[in-house]
Ligand binder design. Structure first.
Ligand SMILES: Cc1cc2nc3c(=O)[nH]c(=O)nc-3n(C[C@H](O)[C@H](O)[C@H](O)COP(=O)(O)OP(=O)(O)OC[C@H]3O[C@@H](n4cnc5c(N)ncnc54)[C@H](O)[C@@H]3O)c2cc1C
Length: 420
């Protein structure tokens, strides 16, 4: 149903949905189910946003989201299951270190105990600053490990993280994390495939009057209402002009910046050199290290994760420097022969992706309330959606999905049905 790039846009719809990531797709599906006409406007030439499955060495891999977190209560896991999609429910290898290389069992227990201790301290004796970094002494021997972990989980180190926001994330109800071997991005793109979508259509302004005038670089659409599901960094940069101005919402978005998590994929010419579904952490004593998922689903590939400051530095340094870094860490762990036999496949650069600008949101210290502020509709005709609006499942695809449904329900409840 996507309209080709050459067609210029015009016309009237009940609801314009800006952005075709998980939130925008969910919102549009819900509105269609409620009998409303919609048009999804997406700046990229594809659906999915931060969900993007690509073909690497003939196999589907996710450049963005890959795990159905909190799977037992994740609506997308339930939907995939109901559609008969293959689901991998096995436990991830994250907390294991293959052959305990450079990370003796004793240290592994101590490192994870330090992580549990941090959680306890944040819950029961948080520092007054609301800064997660203030809960661990700078010279704590596990500080680099904890900062590194935060880089993977939150896209930033502990000093940049609000404790209240961190504690609001709800993974207690379900620790199950499942995967879609055919790709999370492919799944979301399929969920959006039947929707009316204009791809390559960048929205430049939303002007509210009797309705909402949506200006794009491909023409102007008139809608009764609009849902804006672009990332918090895109909002904060001012890519979309709002009239009347929505300063409070844009300021809230600026307090929910996207941290950075990038992936690096490498092909293994001798896959049997490492067991399937295994894992290695690069270094224990520095935060700037990689997390290496070896042979996901048994495939002849390494999926490396780089988070936080390291991801930013390597993104700035470029692809060659990123491969060099990953190869060097793998050489130290598995030897020169192993590292020499790796073939680069793909590096992501989510921070430089011009319509996204990062990986997932965190609240700055003192600004945990910004999520609720962004999610509060500024008027009966306009509201925001997206992972940054989620109170308890922010930073995830299912949190984005749920925020899209909430936005659609709110608009449908408040918007008078257009005369036939
Ligand atoms: C490397 C990485 C790994 C991740 N891993 C996981 C994981 O395992 N599990 C998980 O649940 N989540 C994960 N996430 C997070 C998850 O991908 C996101 O939280 C989620 O996909 C965000 O969806 P969204 O709809 O809020 O935003 P987006 O996906 O960013 O969608 C917004 C859309 O708006 C478009 N847009 C921007 N500006 C405009 C404009 N002016 N006009 C029109 N369109 C515009 C963008 O192109 C984009 O398509 C990961 C993310 C990354 C980057």
């Amino acid at each position: 149903m996507s309209s080709p790039q050459s067609t210029s846009l015009s016309g009237d719809v009940d609801v314009a949905v800006v952005g075709a990531g998980a939130a925008g797709i969910a919102a549009a599906r819900r509105l269609v189910a409620l009998g409303r006409s919609v048009l999804v406007l997406e700046a990229l030439p594809r659906l999915g946003g931060r969900a993007d499955t690509v073909d690497l060495a003939g196999l589907p891999f996710d450049l963005g989201c890959g795990w159905l977190h909190s799977a037992e209560r994740n609506p997308l896991a339930a939907l995939a299951d109901a559609q008969g999609r293959p689901l991998d429910r096995s436990e991830g290898a994250w907390r294991r270190q293959l052959h305990d290389i450079d990370f003796p069992k004793r240290d592994q227990s101590a490192a994870w105990a330090a992580y549990e201790r941090l959680g306890e301290r944040l819950r029961h004796a948080p520092p007054p600053s609301d800064r997660a970094g203030d809960a661990v002494a700078p010279d704590d021997p596990w500080r680099p490990f904890l900062d590194g972990l935060s880089g993977f989980l939150n896209g930033v180190e502990l000093d940049q993280l609000s404790i209240r926001d961190f504690l609001a994330y709800d993974d207690a109800a379900s620790e199950a994390n499942w995967r879609l071997p055919t790709g999370y991005g492919a799944f979301l793109a399929d969920l959006g495939a039947a929707l009316p979508v204009a791809l390559d259509a960048r929205v430049t302004s939303l002007i509210e009057g009797d309705g909402v005038t949506v200006e794009t670089d491909r023409g102007t659409v008139h809608a009764n209402a609009a849902i804006v599901s672009v990332s918090s960094n895109i909002l904060a940069r001012g890519d979309i002009r709002f009239a009347p101005a929505l300063d409070d919402h844009l300021q809230a978005a600026a307090r929910l910046p996207l941290g950075l998590d990038n992936k690096v994929f490498l092909a293994l010419s001798e896959p049997d050199a490492v067991p399937p579904e295994s894992h290695l952490l690069g270094q224990l004593d520095r935060a700037g290290t990689g997390s290496y998922y070896l042979r996901p689903f048994g495939r002849p590939v390494i999926e490396a994760f780089l988070g936080g400051r390291l991801a930013r530095d390597l993104e700035a340094a470029g692809e060659a420097a990123t491969y060099d870094f990953v190869r060097q860490e793998l050489r130290e762990l598995l030897g020169a022969r192993f590292a020499g036999a790796l073939t680069p496949l793909r590096v992501t650069r989510w921070g430089a992706e011009p319509t996204i600008l990062g990986s997932y949101s965190h609240a700055e210290p003192g600004h945990a309330d910004a999520r609720a502020a962004l999610a509060t509709p500024p008027s009966a005709r306009l509201c925001f959606a997206g992972e940054a609006c989620s109170a308890h499942d922010y930073s995830t695809a299912h949190g984005a999905w749920q925020s899209g449904i909430a936005a659609a329900d709110w608009i449908a409840a408040n918007l008078p049905r257009a005369a036939p």
